[in-house]
Design a protein around this ligand. Structure first.
Ligand code: NAD
Length: 499
């Protein structure tokens, strides 16, 4: 079984004798590779390589750094099939969905191609007599990214293109569950012309993460994953003096108003709830139906479409949904369905027990639909991260908004309506970071930034886009005077002002 290499200082290296873990194809249950789990010494080697590469890369003009991004973009397009095959083999999502993920990732590379413009500073002439002042945005040094399993290509691409385009060197610690696509993408960035050490990949688990969080040479950490780990990463990294952005879990509600175009709303919700088997941080996992009649109609339409979902290996044509990522995750999601039934929710469609012929060893769960879910139930409170949709019935839009605002997560939400006034009120007042109106997955494009509120994001700056540039740079403000004819004034002991 091949052991995946780390990428350190430009060299792909598979160290013998380290801890390692199986990489499993979730559609078959078969082991398809092994991933090394770096110990402290290996991570320190990567940090040293990144630190050594930083000074020359920092001094490289942004326009040259941008040219690497242009080449990188083309290599990603040229190798799209290989990348998507690796995603589907180790994650399980359909090839078409993998292509969607990659395309959204490439958009971040396209954004980074404009880095020379994005790094332009601010200049003020004559802030005092003969005094000019300007702000510039300097790279931080060695920065790290720790990424989740559910977007093994896109989430690394949220981070390192902007970070290295800003002049930093980077260490990526991908998910150990599906690391091949992350590594492949990083290798293509190197092939595009990143000097050795500017982008490094270390595979691993908590030990690798803890080394990145505590080593004083690492200046900043971007994290995307579950909320308990995000909170830990934020607390530990900031306690060690680092800048940290840690994006966590979600429970995204869609409110369906009585005036909504129900056919369109239901098909939008189907894709957002069951696409990628519900393993998206922006997945709709709760439908809030306003009024009993709306709820009855929405549940009937959803039930029909959930029963019709085609589930199979992500490589097969025409599949809506692949398997869940691991056997452990499959058991966890199925356990939530059991618990929902035990707590009294009405299981309208039961996807448990699904067998995909020819893939009996795969981790397949059919779409599940709960009606009459109440806010005290575990299936409502916790992130399930699977193909399980809960319908909650409320009397008014305000009641639905109060539910959303009271929930611990605030990543995404959506309102389905034809009423502009209701939509305007909703988008203004709701306590959620990314809001859709008749758009079920309001994932910001690459030239905006991605970030939830409440316990969906720890830190001050969102991911990628303008916030990404700010996160990976440090403002420096310079005030300068060149007095003609030498020093003309004596010492001034009062605070300088323009009075
Ligand atoms: P996870 O938290 O288990 O793992 C994320 C990363 O943290 C991985 O690289 C993993 O190796 C590392 N890690 C895991 N346990 C750790 C520990 N105890 N100490 C240090 N590091 C640890 O998340 P996951 O299961 O890979 O991804 C799914 C989660 O990510 C979901 O909760 C989902 O909502 C969230 N997510 C959020 C966003 C967002 O933008 N907010 C995007 C994608 C995924």
């Amino acid at each position: 079984m091949t052991l995946l290499p780390h990428l350190i200082g430009g060299k792909a290296d598979a160290p013998a004798g380290t801890r390692s873990a199986d990489i499993v194809n979730p559609a078959t249950g078969e082991t398809v590779g092994r991933v090394p789990l770096a110990g402290r010494a290996t991570v320190e080697e990567a940090i040293a390589a990144a630190e050594a590469a930083f000074p020359a890369w920092r001094a490289t003009p942004p326009a040259r750094r941008a040219r690497v991004m242009f080449r990188f973009r083309q290599l990603l397009e040229d190798n799209a099939d290989r990348i998507c095959e690796a995603i589907t083999r180790e994650h399980g999502k359909t090839l078409e969905d993998a292509r969607g993920e990659l395309t959204r990732g490439i958009e971040n590379v396209e954004y980074a191609c404009g880095i020379a413009d994005l790094l332009k500073g601010e200049h003020s002439k004559n802030v005092g007599p003969g005094i000019d002042s300007w702000s510039e945005f300097q790279p931080l040094g060695v920065v790290a990214g720790i990424t989740p399993f559910n977007f093994p290509a896109m989430v690394p691409l949220w981070m390192f293109p902007v970070a290295v385009a800003c002049g930093n060197s980077f260490i990526l610690k991908p998910s150990e569950r599906d690391p091949s696509a992350s590594l492949l993408v990083a290798q293509l960035a190197q092939e595009a012309g990143l000097p050795p050490g500017v982008l490094n990949v270390v595979h691993g688990d908590k030990e690798a993460v803890d080394t990145l969080l505590t080593d004083p040479r690492v200046q900043a950490v971007s994290f995307v994953g579950s909320t308990p780990v995000a909170e830990y990463v934020y607390a530990t990294g900031t306690a060690h003096g680092k800048r940290v952005q840690a994006l966590g879990g979600a429970k995204n509600h869609a409110i369906v108003m009585p005036d909504a175009d129900l056919d369109n709303a239901v098909s939008a919700i189907m894709g957002a709830a069951y696409g990628s088997c519900g393993e998206r941080c922006m997945a709709i996992s709760v439908v809030v139906a306003v009024g009993g009649e709306t709820a009855d109609r929405v549940v009937a339409k959803l039930a029909e479409q959930v029963r019709a979902l085609t589930v199979g290996a992500g490589t097969g044509a025409g599949c809506d949904m692949g398997p869940l990522v691991t056997r452990a995750h499959f058991e966890k999601v199925k356990g939530y369905v059991d618990q929902g039934v035990a707590e009294g929710a009405e299981l309208v469609v039961d996807g448990r027990g699904l067998v995909v012929p020819g893939h009996e060893g795969g981790f397949f769960l059919g779409g599940c639909l709960f009606d009459r879910v109440t806010p005290d139930m575990t299936v409502y409170r916790e992130e399930i991260f699977g193909p399980v949709l809960c319908v909650v019935r409320v009397a008014t839009m305000q009641e639905g908004m109060d539910l959303i605002d009271a929930h611990e997560y605030g990543n995404g939400t959506c309102l389905f309506t034809r009423d502009g006034e209701a939509a305007r009120y909703f988008t203004d007042a709701i306590k959620v970071g990314m809001v859709g109106v008749n758009v079920p997955l309001p994932v910001p494009v690459s030239y905006h930034s991605f970030g939830g509120w409440k316990r969906s994001l720890f830190g001050d700056l969102a991911a990628y886009g303008p916030d990404g540039v700010r996160f990976y740079t440090r403002r420096k403000t310079i005030t300068q005077r060149w007095p003609a004819g030498g020093v003309r004034e004596g010492a001034q002991f009062s605070f300088p002002s323009m009075k």
